[in-house]
Design a protein around this ligand. Structure first.
Ligand code: NAD
Length: 351
């Protein structure tokens, strides 16, 4: 056995109903005295609740999906004006992403309190959008020093968003299994993440105010993101990145729609991985497990319903082939990707 696996330096706290105490301990550990809290408008209530006891000098609610450069610059200016010494983000991937954009140029430490299953808090990947072009990069400065997970803060996430976000997390697990730096450690994280998401998400959909499903889903989301951070982007993420950028599609929902199509395409090339995923999804095959889960969750079906134009398929297919990761289990040809995108656009069952 020969492989090199990077682990990221970060404290992870699971604190159901205890985010305020967990956050206070992390701020004290940093010795921070001038905290900037970043939380979007629909994240204000939980943010106010968990940060009430902190030495806050500024509350920043100017959060926009995919972090437009001008939004990042306003947040950076606000941090500089108030001489901030730590950032606390309370919210989904967009909010964490804005904190990362500030950390990228200032080196300020981040403590992340996630309220969706996007998983950005467990990666050192940042993203910025300028003139409709999204650029991403990796920098250790943007990795939050600590994460405080509190499932109670996810209770207000509407079911539809919870389902899409949970399938976005499952996509991190599945794509990690064949990604460029897949190894036995991140595969173990991915398989356990898939198991937890399969167990938790149907409970969330059936009883959104129950803690059991929310805790399993959040635990699975952390595992999915740490597997992804270590294994890198596989074919699925390249496809979603192209589609999101070209057609401005919603992030989590695009992942939810595309995942079964990439799984059906790649699974025959990785039979051993397919077996492990099938077990995690509690079904005879991985495809079948994902189909059953999506049915229970009433997941979105087609790129058409997300607003992608049908005449965009050819252009998107070319861009996917150009961006395809080396070492994908099956050859990424223009014909194969055109067919994959066509079935995803129509919402045809890929099995
Ligand atoms: P999001 O952060 O845009 O949140 C979606 C909506 O849900 C927002 O309106 C938000 O205010 C609301 N919301 C969040 N938590 C809520 C709660 N508990 N209750 C009620 N409403 C709530 O969406 P997302 O899917 O979490 O994140 C997507 C963004 O994250 C994308 O820009 C994506 O590129 C980025 N991302 C980055 C990484 C990375 O590693 N850098 C990983 C995953 C996602």
């Amino acid at each position: 056995m020969r492989f090199v696996h990077d682990t990221l330096p970060q404290r992870v706290r699971f604190a159901s109903d205890g985010a305020a105490e967990g956050l206070a301990a992390e701020v004290a550990a940093l010795g921070a005295r001038r905290v900037m809290v970043i939380a979007g408008t629909s994240e204000q209530e939980p943010a106010a609740r968990v940060t009430a006891g902190l030495p806050v000098v500024h509350r920043h609610d100017d959060v926009v999906m995919h972090v437009p450069l001008e939004v990042a610059q306003r947040a950076r200016a606000a941090a500089a004006e108030r001489d901030v010494d730590a950032l606390v983000s309370v919210g989904g991937g967009s909010t964490t992403g804005l904190a990362k954009a500030v950390a990228l140029t200032t080196g300020l430490p981040i403590i992340a309190v996630p309220t969706t299953y996007a998983g950005s808090e467990a990666t050192a990947v940042w993203g910025l959008t300028d003139n409709s072009v999204k650029t991403t990069g990796t920098d250790p400065k943007v990795l939050p020093r600590a994460i405080v997970y509190d499932a109670a803060l996810t209770l207000s996430l509407p079911v539809e968003l919870s389902v899409a976000s949970g399938l976005n997390a499952l996509a991190h697990c599945v794509d990690s299994l064949w990604a460029p730096r897949a190894d036995p450690i991140n595969q173990a994280l991915a398989v356990e993440g898939a198991r937890a998401l399969r167990a938790g998400l149907p409970l969330v959909a059936a009883a959104p105010a129950g803690m059991d499903g929310r805790e399993q889903a959040l635990y699975g989301a952390y595992l999915s993101a740490s597997a992804f951070a270590s294994a890198g982007s596989g074919l699925h993420h390249k496809i979603c990145h192209v589609l999101g950028g070209m057609f401005n599609l919603p992030h989590a929902q695009t992942h939810a729609v595309v995942l079964p199509h990439v799984l059906a395409f790649n699974a025959p090339g990785v039979p051993e991985v397919e077996r492990r995923l099938a077990v995690a999804l509690d079904a005879p095959t991985a495809d079948e497990g994902l189909a059953r889960l999506r049915e229970r969750l009433n997941a979105p079906h087609s790129l058409r319903e997300l607003g992608m134009p049908s005449d965009g398929i050819a252009e998107a297919a070319k861009a996917v082939v150009a961006a395809a990761p080396a070492g994908n289990p099956r050859p990424v040809t223009l014909d194969a990707i055109t067919e994959l995108l066509r079935t995803a656009w129509e919402g045809t069952d890929p099995r």
